[in-house]
Write a protein that binds this ligand. Structure first.
Ligand code: TXA
Ligand code: MG
Length: 348
């Protein structure tokens, strides 16, 4: 299949009348899959009501079918069509964080969506993305749009259209290129089916921000303890793995440099994932500065592109600095540790 690429400038007014977005929406109505930017990462969209359309997402990504998808909507009416009820707390969260990088898991109505979207769960994950292109396409399609990240399963999520094309060219009907996404990590997934909400996946909205609005928030035990089964099915898969083994190092720059030197003495090509503050301090084969440690948002927005850069650089082993486990740092460390298969070295 030929994958169409439409370039749309998100800074100019994104009108529904833009022919490119109309064409993307028409393909969605015809049960084709189309990738588009959101404020977190690029999504691979399909008609969430259609088994045929949703099957194409799983096929293009090579995604395990027991991993449910997030349904993307453009307005509040669409939410009411999908879920049984909207508790007060959820209402508050929506007013505060939507459109934005917060996915809410709620009890779903029966027979509204393809069962493939929800992997036969009684709940559905819903979000309203804060991106003019995503909103315009969803609105123009008139459909709830199921959309996982638009990468091959197991690869870093795409933050540029070129990442989508590298993974899915020839396998999907089209890509809307709207430039780099903003946040760079996926949305926070929050289970709202119990009295106290539970973070199933840390993401663009931080725990601290959530607690300001709704008081106490729990974190799924599986995110902090190794042998708990995660309640967000997607969290059990190894994700975002770069080709070379990656190890996160909690230690001084001198300690990291020592690890690098030991590997180099054995003839290995070594990569370091660091920040602009520290990049000049190291000597290694490939040094990539991933944002600024003083501005963790910049680390989040560049992390996936950085992981892809190491694949292109053909290194044998990668060491990464660790990041503070606060604010957006929680999502950064969650993704980094997954990319590392939980491999950590701690300086004594
Ligand atoms: O930022 C994002 O959320 C991006 C953009 C494209 O919107 N989408 C995204 O989708 O990251 P995906 O499919 O890569 O991740 C969806 C996550 C998975 O961890 C999945 O297990 C979880 O949401 N999920 C979906 N439905 C669920 C449900 N009913 N209950 C619990 N977890 C659910
Ligand atoms: Mg994903």
């Amino acid at each position: 299949m030929e994958t169409k690429i439409w370039s749309v400038d998100k800074n100019n007014e994104v009108e529904h009348s833009y022919p490119q977005l109309q064409e993307a929406a028409r393909l969605l109505r015809e049960n084709e899959v189309v990738a588009f930017p959101t404020e977190t990462v690029y999504g691979l969209g399909a008609n969430a009501r259609s088994d045929e359309a949703v099957a194409k997402i799983f096929q293009a990504k090579g995604r395990p079918s027991d991993n449910p998808l997030i349904v993307h909507i453009a307005n509040r009416n669409q939410l009411e069509e999908l879920v049984k009820d909207i508790p007060n707390l959820v209402d508050k969260l929506i007013n505060h964080f939507w459109p934005g990088p917060l996915t809410l898991v709620l009890r779903k109505k029966d027979h509204i969506l393809s069962e493939k979207v929800t992997a036969e769960l009684s709940t559905v994950a819903v979000r309203m993305p804060d991106h003019p292109i995503a909103l315009a396409i969803i609105e123009a399609s008139g459909l709830p749009i199921a959309a996982p990240s638009a990468n091959t399963s197991g690869k870093p999520s795409p933050t540029l259209a070129s990442h989508v094309i590298a993974d899915l060219d020839g396998k999907i009907a089209g890509v809307v290129d709207g430039g780099p996404t903003g946040v760079g990590l996926e949305s926070t997934v929050l289970d709202c089916t119990e009295e106290i909400p539970v973070i199933l996946r840390p993401g663009g909205v931080t725990r601290e921000e959530l607690e300001e609005i709704c008081g106490q928030v729990h974190i799924d035990k599986a995110l902090v303890q190794e042998n708990e089964a995660p309640r967000s099915p997607g969290m059990k898969y190894t994700h975002y793995a770069p080709k070379a083994p990656l190890t996160v190092v909690k230690g001084s720059l001198g300690f990291i440099q020592e690890l690098v030197s030991i590997q180099q003495e054995q003839g290995k090509r070594v990569g370091i994932l660091t920040t602009i503050e520290h990049e000049a301090e190291y000597s290694a084969d490939v040094i990539v500065a991933c944002g600024s440690v003083d501005k963790l948002e910049t680390v989040a927005s560049q992390l996936y592109d950085t992981l892809r850069k190491f694949d292109e650089a053909a290194v044998d082993i990668i060491y990464s600095e660790a990041f503070p486990d606060k604010g957006i740092g929680q999502a950064i460390m969650n993704r980094l540790l997954k990319a590392a298969g939980q491999q950590v070295i701690i300086e004594e």
